[in-house]
Design a protein around this ligand. Structure first.
Ligand code: GLY
Length: 253
């Protein structure tokens, strides 16, 4: 179960964020409203949420998940692979110092973004992507193993981050899309495919027994509900325009 979350309000420079989505520019005011509703949804799942002020220096800085990997035992500060995102992690490290007496760091030439790290129990899957290189992933494996966790590497083919296409819903269940639907590394799990025309919904988010699902993806929402989960629908359309999703907007621990 998670107790805490850290989020960061979107900044006006959000419109300059990295995007491959071809969905247009995000509307800042709408993004602020959606972000506030997202924070309410996390709070309604029992989390105490630290809301950091917007940081105009980094257009993508609302996607805090990429800046760290946090568990109940350790906090690892990442080294983002996207050059425009390097430095976002500094203020996240400061925020995490309120919760952890020491922090671990991914160091250059290693790069790693938290969106590439999926936890399933005490096992961590680390995507090798355009953002997370093998050196960064191996550094994280060493840090995790020191703390009693296990990890495996998963080379990515098409998606931005590992959790763009696969998320763990606890109870040995994975919600997956695209390249992860028949991936041998996940064969021990019960796999729930996101609907083929709803790939974005693969980035849903388990929080303390609820599953947050992006608004507008009803087939995937129903598939998750049919498994017995209580679902909360959250509209993140403005963040989708920047390739971001529900998991990207928070660090949960
Ligand atoms: N726009 C989010 C990212 O590319 O990291």
């Amino acid at each position: 179960m998670f107790r805490h979350a850290i989020v960061r309000k979107p900044c006006r420079n959000l419109v300059r964020g990295i995007s491959t989505a071809l969905l247009g520019k995000p509307d800042y005011e709408q993004a602020l409203r959606q972000h506030a509703a997202y924070v309410d949804a996390l709070r309604s799942c029992g989390l105490e949420v630290v809301v950091l002020e917007a940081d105009e220096s980094y257009p993508d800085s609302t996607f805090v998940e990429d800046t760290a990997v946090v568990t109940e035992k350790i906090a690892v500060i990442s080294n983002p692979g996207a050059p425009s995102r390097r430095g976002e992690e500094g203020s996240i490290a400061e925020a995490l110092k309120s919760f952890f007496s020491s922090l671990e760091y991914i160091k250059p030439p290693g790069t790693l973004e938290g969106g590439d790290v999926m936890r399933a129990g005490d096992h961590f899957y680390i995507g090798l992507s355009q953002r997370t290189n093998r050196e960064g992933a191996n550094q994280l494996v060493q840090i995790l193993e020191k703390s009693g966790y296990a990890a495996s590497l998963v080379p990515l083919e098409h998606v931005l981050h590992l959790k763009t296409g696969v998320v763990y819903l606890e109870n040995k269940k994975l919600l997956a899309a695209g390249e992860f639907i028949a991936h041998p590394v996940f064969k021990e799990y019960h796999l729930i495919p996101a609907a083929v025309d709803e790939l974005y919904a693969a980035n849903s988010l388990w929080v303390n027994g609820w599953v947050l699902v992006p608004a507008g993806f009803n087939k995937t929402r129903r598939a998750i509900e049919n498994l017995g989960y209580s679902v909360k629908t959250v509209d993140v359309s403005e963040f989708r325009k920047l390739d971001g999703g529900l998991s990207c907007l928070s660090l949960r621990f």
